[in-house]
Design a protein around this ligand. Structure first.
Ligand code: NI
Length: 135
């Protein structure tokens, strides 16, 4: 039986969205408030979903304690209360949109989850705006 287990997590982070080849006016037109040169924060809600066969010996798809610790070490510790543009190396040259963030998070977790399990990231930037990435 194939089952998906999901773990929710949360972090607060600041960012600025901009393209440095564009004027300030164009950046503000495209990115709106997210182009604010003084940065601003979001309350990100993360859902990490792992899909695979139930292990008959444990009854688990994946030990949720391990998944919880992995998310804490690799994502929350790296992103929480950080300025994404300045403090997280992956966004040095990559706009920290919720789309790009979901790909970065997937890449940070993938190698730590058994190969036979599928990984999906769902990331909420606001209660109504969220993205998902399956690799
Ligand atoms: Ni924003």
């Amino acid at each position: 039986m194939i089952v998906t287990v999901n773990r929710k997590a949360h972090f607060n982070a600041a960012h600025r969205l901009y393209n440095n080849e564009w004027s300030d006016d164009r950046n503000e037109y495209v990115f709106g408030k997210c182009a604010n040169p003084h940065f601003h924060g979001h309350n990100y809600e993360l859902i990490v979903s792992v899909t695979g066969e139930i292990n008959p010996r444990t009854g688990f798809v994946m030990d949720m304690k391990l998944l919880k610790d992995l998310i804490k070490d690799k994502i929350e510790e790296e992103f929480d209360h950080k300025n994404l543009n300045i403090q997280v190396p992956e966004f040095k040259d990559l706009n920290p949109t919720v789309e790009n963030m979901s790909v970065v998070i997937w890449n940070k977790l993938r190698s730590h989850i058994p190969k036979n399990l599928k990984l999906e990231i769902t990331l909420y930037e606001t209660p109504r705006n969220f993205v998902s990435y399956k690799g």
